[in-house]
Design a protein around this ligand. Structure first.
Ligand code: URP
Ligand code: ZN
Ligand code: ZN
Length: 459
């Protein structure tokens, strides 16, 4: 019998929803989940069948914190949307949000427009943008928050760190929050108090230190905690919804919980490198490659952070940012000048799935932290779940396979997780009903990623 091009049946697997697991076939029709069925075959005799016996069938990952082609001071990552969205798909991520930093003369809305045009022809998976305000929050920039929200980008990123590159003073962040509250946009904050970081770095220099191996000392925990408290306070005062990116400390996570208990719409994420790695990475060869902000913390902090997951912190995102080893090496003797950031869009899902298969959390928690909750919070109503009607973004995971992190596809030449053992293997990746990866090999044809126009926060 001829099979239908429009119908796909994923047969015999265990479907993972955020509410639990069930044995069901997943019927996909026209790029959407058409049903979770007991005997899909009889319901769809012409469908192309993918055998999922023994596999977990999960929604594709939703990574809301990635940087593509980011310019940081004198360095620019060497990737583009084609490379990074493909690498994301290899790693089981089927939706990605990135940042649109305005160029001189652009407002945040125009920056979003430019980035959509850049990504659309080459994106392998669906993508969206957060707007951003860096250095000065003048009237044009503030008005751009509403323009960006109208274009489907109702979130704005600000930095309390990186003076002269991205940093905004707290007064400017206050103004951004007032405007974002009016536009029902989420304010995403990189929270580290720059003056604490500057003081720490200068004291290290006076001691003849400050190389990449000293990086954790140059960006102390107190900087993160102080900035987090400040911006949570501003959010309370302005009524803005606030989202702390790359939280490294359980204490910051607890501040988010406290703010929420007082009625603030406060959220937070962490990243795989703060869960799976710790500051000992800076004592190994090439510590400069591990320079990111904030830095990895002591192992006890990483352990504590796991306990914040799902309660105080509702997402695990990659903060993908792939400078390569030669760019990292230029200023290895001065950690403050090493371009910060780590590649991770391809390794986030494999690491989290591996942690679940090792008993550290449940697979349904991975779905919630890495797919469902991010899709909900960032206003993408048709992603993050395999319930009927949702976009057919699906991954098949073979729980029996073990391997190591290697042979990656991101636009750089190293991974902080290189060689790490992982349980489970993402075997098949489907985006909007199109099969992109089978057996770990690329089978997708033309780039077909679509722009995700997102909803504003609920009133
Ligand atoms: O070190 C980091 N996190 N680099 C990417 C930019 C940012 O601060 O998120
Ligand atoms: Zn940051
Ligand atoms: Zn980032």
């Amino acid at each position: 019998m001829e099979t239908s091009r429009n119908e796909l049946l994923i047969r015999g697997g265990t479907v993972v929803l955020e509410s639990g697991e069930l044995r069901a076939d997943v019927l996909i029709r026209g790029g959407k989940v058409a049903g979770l069925l007991r005997d899909g075959k009889s319901a769809a005799p012409k469908a192309r069948v993918i055998d999922a016996a023994g596999a977990y069938v999960m929604p594709g990952g939703f990574d809301a914190h990635t940087h593509v082609g980011i310019q940081f001071g004198e360095f620019k990552t060497r990737d583009d949307f084609g490379i990074t969205t493909r690498a994301a798909a290899y790693g089981g991520t089927t939706s990605m949000l990135e940042f649109a930093f305005p160029e001189p003369g652009e407002d945040p809305g125009e920056a979003v427009e430019r980035r959509i045009a850049e990504a659309s022809p080459v994106a392998a998976i669906d993508f969206g943008f957060h707007c951003a305000i860096a250095q000065h929050a003048d009237d044009d920039a503030l008005a751009g928050i509403e323009r960006a929200a109208r274009m489907g980008a109702p979130s704005v990123k600000v930095f309390t760190a990186y003076r002269g590159i991205m940093m905004l003073e707290l007064g400017d962040i206050h103004a951004v929050m007032r405007e974002a509250a009016r536009s029902r946009s989420l304010v995403m904050v990189h929270a580290e108090t720059e003056s604490i970081v500057e003081r720490a770095a200068s004291e290290l220099r006076q001691q003849g230190r400050g190389e990449a191996r000293d990086h954790p000392l140059a960006r102390p925990a107190s900087a993160e905690l102080d900035a987090a408290r400040s911006v949570l306070g501003l959010a309370q005062e302005t009524g803005a919804a606030v989202y702390l990116v790359h939280v490294t400390l359980a204490e910051v996570a607890a501040e988010i919980r406290r703010a929420r208990a007082e009625g603030v719409s406060a959220y937070g994420e962490t990243c795989p490198h703060y869960l799976f790695l710790d500051e000992s990475v800076y004592s190994r060869p090439h510590p400069e490659r591990m320079v990111c902000s904030p830095p990895m913390r002591p192992a006890s902090e990483a352990k504590a952070l796991w306990r914040s997951l799902g309660t105080d912190l509702t997402g695990v995102h990659s903060d993908h940012c792939c400078f390569d080893s030669s760019q990292k090496a230029v200023y290895a003797s001065d950690s403050t000048r090493v371009p910060p950031g780590l590649p991770g869009v391809e390794t986030r899902m494999p690491l989290m799935i591996s942690a679940a298969l090792s008993g550290r959390l449940r697979l349904q928690d991975v779905v919630r932290l890495c797919s469902s909750e991010p899709a909900r919070l960032f206003g993408v109503v048709n992603k993050g779940s395999l319930l009927p009607g949702m976009d057919a973004d699906v991954i098949l995971v073979d729980p029996k396979r073990r391997g190591v992190i290697a042979d990656l596809h991101m636009g750089t030449d190293f991974s902080p997780f290189q060689g790490m053992e992982v349980r489970g293997h993402i075997d098949t990746v489907i985006s909007n009903g199109d099969v992109l990866v089978v057996g770990g090999d690329w089978v997708g044809d033309q780039p077909h990623g679509r722009y995700l126009s997102r909803r504003r926060l609920a009133k």
